[in-house]
Ligand binder design. Structure first.
Ligand SMILES: [Zn+2]
Ligand SMILES: [Zn+2]
Length: 448
């Protein structure tokens, strides 16, 4: 699963690119598309929309795809999603390129001339809305890639599907959405189903770099809900009741002993965070109930399952020891997002062509999560981080995604377009040289 030494040896001997001549002929196309991609990105940035509400964005995407004379453009997928299909002039495999479209309830503070002043409704409240995760850049990049590929379909072997996905950040309460709903609606089924999928994300690392990690890359994420029931009594006489605040405090402390004392950390790290704890109304009343919410992050299927089991046992036994009762609900958001090692090795020359050889760099694990993982449960995929820092700014020195100060350097956009176009053109060509990624189970690919 993690074989950095082997990977380095293999990469050092990787040949340049498969469809090199074809891609060199596209230089003018990349030059011509760059200002359009920047303009689209600014428009989306100024008009961000929350998850499952990407109506304007999806409309612009569909309008653009329809203008390209694709083989088909389907709208309304998983609420607002758009899927375009482009058949190349030559026969070959079907692949998917994915961009997510939604923004976040964040008040923008970048001071950009095209900063968002948009409002939206989130969980019943009016909120400011910002593309604080950079999905505006993803949409613009994929629109640019679609235009170049459509205009050069004579060079394309096989079929490319453009997945413009809603609600990556999570659907509003009570709604379905995102990658999971697209899959449920059948985007990975049927005769024309893609056999591999590629996605990228704007990320605060040096501009223009493509960052990868073979195997597990981004964490599996699960939401955690714990209710502790005691028995209400006067704060002066705790022995007359059962104090759920005291018991909850012990649970919070005990949970931290699971990753550090009970899990095999050589299989990958784990995080348990309680981010919300509510109980009681005043200082001299011991309440009946405490409610806690948290998040769990893991990088390995086995560790994830073991952590869930140990967490339930710990919560239940600590509560029992204190005379309280606890219920635990674990709500899965996404499995691990990663890079299929064989596919990464096969496409590495393409990434080096797209960004420059010294700009394709290995990146540490990311404890953030991404619902692209659901696609990778079904088919092999690559998920890459595109550096969007200001010139000269290193990793860890810029505002993170979801910050009101998150900044995306537009110089990186064309690298994103080159990456998507290169992957589409080279995937089929590289199949002749390298073995097809098998439709193996996700566990066999080292992550899930
Ligand atoms: Zn995000
Ligand atoms: Zn994101």
């Amino acid at each position: 699963m993690h074989r950095p030494i082997l990977a380095l040896v293999v990469l050092a001997f990787a040949t340049p690119t498969y469809a090199e001549d074809a891609k060199e002929r596209l230089d003018d196309a990349f030059g011509a598309i760059e200002p359009k991609v920047i303009a689209w990105r600014r428009d989306f940035h100024q008009h961000p929309e929350l998850s499952n509400r990407e109506f304007r964005t999806a409309g612009k995407v569909a309008e653009h795809l329809q203008s390209l004379d694709l083989d088909s453009v389907e709208t309304g997928i998983a609420h607002t999603g758009v899927v375009g299909t482009l058949k190349g002039a030559k026969p070959g495999p079907v692949i998917a390129l994915r961009a997510d479209m939604d923004a976040l309830p964040v008040r923008e503070q970048t001071g950009l001339p095209f900063a968002s002043q948009a409002k939206g409704e989130y969980n019943g409240k009016e909120v400011d809305v910002m593309h604080a995760c950079g999905h505006d850049t993803h949409v613009a990049i994929l629109m640019g890639a679609a235009e170049i590929l459509a205009k050069h379909r004579e060079q394309l072997a096989g079929t490319v599907q453009f997945f413009f996905q809603p609600a990556e950040e999570g659907a509003p309460a009570g709604e379905e959405g995102g990658a999971l709903l697209m899959i449920k609606e059948g985007v990975l089924d049927g005769a024309d189903a893609p056999e591999a999928i590629f996605g990228l994300h704007a990320w605060p690392v040096p501009v223009g770099t493509i960052n990868y990690r073979a195997g597990s890359f981004m964490a599996a994420s699960d939401s955690l809900y714990i209710t502790v029931r005691g028995r209400q009594t006067h704060g002066s006489a705790p022995w007359m009741g059962v104090d759920p605040i005291f018991v909850s405090s012990q649970i919070v402390a005990a949970l931290q002993g699971i990753p550090s004392r009970q899990l095999d950390i050589t299989k990958g790290p784990a995080v348990i965070t309680i981010g919300s704890m509510h109980g009681g109304v005043r200082g001299n009343i011991i309440p009946d109930v405490v409610e806690m919410m948290g998040t769990i992050r893991t990088f390995d299927v086995g560790v994830r399952e073991e952590l869930h089991a140990k967490l339930k046992k710990t919560v239940s036994l600590v509560a029992e020891a204190g005379g309280a009762e606890a219920t635990v609900t674990i709500d899965p958001y996404s499995p691990v997002t990663g890079n299929d090692p064989a596919l990464l090795q096969r496409m590495m020359p393409t990434l080096q062509w797209a960004a420059g050889e010294d700009k394709v760099v290995e990146h540490p694990l990311i404890t953030g999560a991404e619902d692209f993982a659901h696609f990778e449960q079904r088919i092999p995929g690559l998920y890459l981080m595109l550096g969007v820092n200001k010139e000269g700014v290193g990793r860890g020195q810029a505002a993170s995604n979801h910050s009101p100060l998150f900044f995306a350097n537009e110089d990186a956009l064309i690298v994103g377009v080159r990456t998507m176009v290169g992957l589409a053109l080279d995937y089929a060509e590289s199949a002749a040289d390298r073995s097809e990624p098998e439709r193996r189970g996700p566990a066999a690919r080292g992550f899930r």
